[in-house]
Ligand binder design. Sequence first.
Ligand SMILES: Cc1cc2nc3c(=O)[nH]c(=O)nc-3n(C[C@H](O)[C@H](O)[C@H](O)COP(=O)(O)OP(=O)(O)OC[C@H]3O[C@@H](n4cnc5c(N)ncnc54)[C@H](O)[C@@H]3O)c2cc1C
Length: 356
Amino acid sequence: MAQAPWDVIIVGQGLAGTTLAWHLIAEGQRVLLLDAGEAVTSSKIAAGLITPITGKRMALSRRYDEFLPAARKFYTSIEKQTGQAFFHDRIALRLFRSDEERENWSTRSGKPDFRSHLVSPQPAPLLDSKLGDASGGGFAMNAAQLDVVAYLDASRAVLEWKPVTLDWHRDVVFDAEGVSVSGCRARTLISCEGFAATRNPYFQWVPFLAAKGDILTVRFHDRVLPQSLHRGIWVAPTAEPDVFRVGSTYDWDNLDQVPNASARAEIESKLKEFFHLPYTVLDHRAAVRPIISESKALVGLHPEEERLGYFNGLGSKGSLHAPWYAQCLADFLVHRNPLPEDVDVQTHFVSNDARH
Ligand SMILES: Cc1cc2nc3c(=O)[nH]c(=O)nc-3n(C[C@H](O)[C@H](O)[C@H](O)COP(=O)(O)OP(=O)(O)OC[C@H]3O[C@@H](n4cnc5c(N)ncnc54)[C@H](O)[C@@H]3O)c2cc1C
């Protein structure tokens, strides 16, 4: 049989597939991306925020000091290769919503691992009172933001890709030498399908805990900040100075992409709690975050089909996590470097026999 023209075919050109493709190409692999070209995906609507201290409990983002340098190094290198700018350092303002949050922070703020992420000196006032109410207090941290759509578009202009919606039953045939995929040949096929991977017949055993998120695009009718704001919701800058993304909600039950009126009401009500500027909602979208239980991404090969790989579970932090996990998978595929056990998809495998 003729040698496969591609080393790796990747299904999905979201954050996972695109980032993996770049890492494999850097290792000399010939890579083809297949993508369904959906108008709305998790990556296409994401705000791309990267913050060291996150969530209601203001916890340190897991392994941030390892993930952020990997992300910065990777995105800035792709910026150079594509001639496009999409990775931006940002200040993120975290404002408190309650006394409980303020007290919670007072016990943490002095700890060196928290303090090292804070802007020094802290801005005073934290937020111009014409813009919003920061009277409850808060803090400013050094953060970053990936313009995800700009990154995906710049990559698509350079990488080899085909518009294909892959049907795994109909279009994929594994054999001893490789895999045939929709008329193309490769040595390895990798699923980077985001939440759609829950329909992939080979990976039904991966424990998903996905969450739908609604997000608004708004135009503020006055002067605004280049920072991101976080107070129950976040307000994130875009490439247009007066246009911001505002989000987001978590819905664990309705895993569809239909924008939800009550989610929009929740976002707007949290925005109006503290933000003073009038605005117009330009757009309202929803997509499902590919969250895997324990909120960790998983990579590796299928335990029973060594020509089939997996990269998924970027969850709510795809921009921060994608480069580090893609590097692990590329090192494993190309150099056979062992995967860290906690990221290996095989550790979750339950065979069909065991399931029935
Ligand atoms: C509202 C919202 C806000 C978010 N905000 C942030 C944020 O601020 N910061 C952050 O870091 N993360 C954020 N995220 C999370 C982030 O978007 C995800 O972690 C990331 O986009 C997941 O990327 P992915 O490539 O795994 O999946 P996806 O983005 O879903 O990409 C999968 C791709 O595969 C394609 N595909 C699937 N199946 C097939 C098939 N069979 N054949 C061909 N193509 C296929 C899809 O069309 C898609 O293009 C947010 C998510 C949402 C929903």
